[in-house]
Design a protein around this ligand. Structure first.
Ligand code: GLN
Length: 310
């Protein structure tokens, strides 16, 4: 299988990775607008312990909303299913930064992967501590999952979003009015912006996602989450991981996936693979254009849609 995968990945890098139509890089966070859209990387960590890579698989990029998967995992570890009293688990059908549903739904965000939901998750992870404690915990968690102590925050990206994140400030303040954000808004957003500004390569991200392909186990034998929790996180990634394009991603790719406006996508094939792709140009829904195409091709050629029989 590994040899076949190498061929598939080589083909994907040569064709999709060098396509002319690459989407546009996110510009609402000024620091992200500086990223060269010509880049492309892919890494696949298989359940057998192989690693297949292509393109700029070792280049660090801003994981942005992909961090929401790891933040949710940590928050569930702290408060368990009580989390669902403050965050829903339905697809929103709206953009990642939408505020419109919050008024009708009394400050309870539709799911943990839209910004509003992730801000509540961050509020839970703060747990009365200063942002640096929560950020330190997140970094330690990612380093443990990936087995790599070099994972770090890009402070310029964090500062850039802190200076320009007015919509997230509005979301956090709005939910504070409903008592669904409980720490001071600047502390919650401080932690949230730094978590989004973590930089990882495709290789590091594919390694970090392995517990979701292994039913909650770390490949070193330790348990990260229970099988039930791993399955639930994958279910949320499938239904909510690409915002209002989650249905389209499930239709085209057929894997639980989580995107970020840095152009990365983490996709999981339970029992088989943890995949990271990265290309900074985004489609109209704010998801990596070429990253989605690459996963679509990979799913087709490797037979990795979760809907295809094993
Ligand atoms: N930090 C970004 C924001 O809050 C994350 C959004 C994303 O990656 N979709 O707007």
């Amino acid at each position: 299988m590994a040899a076949d995968l190498e061929t598939i990945v080589g083909d994907i890098v040569a064709t999709i990775g060098s396509a002319d139509d690459r989407g546009s890089v996110a510009s609402y966070i000024p620091e992200l607008a500086k990223v060269d859209p010509g880049q492309f990387g892919i890494a696949i960590a298989t359940a057998d312990g192989d690693m297949i890579t292509g393109g700029g698989c070792a280049v660090g990029f801003s994981i942005q909303s992909i961090s929401k998967v790891f933040a949710l995992t940590l928050a569930l570890g702290k408060v368990g299913d009580q989390l669902w009293e403050r965050v829903g688990r339905e697809p929103s059908g709206t953009a990642f930064n939408s505020i419109v549903q919050l008024e009708h739904e009394h400050g309870i965000p539709r799911n943990p992967f839209i910004n509003a939901g992730a801000i509540v998750v961050t509020d839970i992870n703060l747990g009365g501590h200063q942002p640096r404690v929560a950020i330190g915990e997140m970094l330690r968690f990612l380093r443990y999952l990936a087995g790599d102590d070099d994972i770090a925050i890009n402070e310029a990206v964090a500062a850039s979003e802190t200076a320009s994140g007015f919509r997230n400030m509005a979301l956090a303040n709005y939910m504070r009015a409903f008592d669904n954000v409980r720490h001071p808004v600047d502390l919650v957003l401080g932690a949230y912006f730094h978590q989004c500004a973590i930089e990882m390569s495709c290789r590091q991200l594919a390694l970090a996602g392995r517990y979701l392909m292994l039913d909650g186990r770390h490949p070193d034998g330790g348990r990260v989450v229970s099988p039930r929790r791993a399955r639930r996180i994958n279910a949320l990634m499938l239904t909510c991981g690409h915002y209002d394009a989650s249905g389209d991603f499930a239709f085209r790719v057929g894997m639980p996936g989580k995107s970020g406006v840095g152009g990365g996508i983490l996709a999981i094939v339970p029992g088989r693979a943890s995949i990271a792709v990265w290309s900074p140009g985004l489609n109209a829904s704010g998801n990596s254009h070429l990253g989605t195409l690459a996963l679509e091709e990979l799913a087709r050629r490797a037979g990795w849609s979760i809907f295809s029989p094993a």
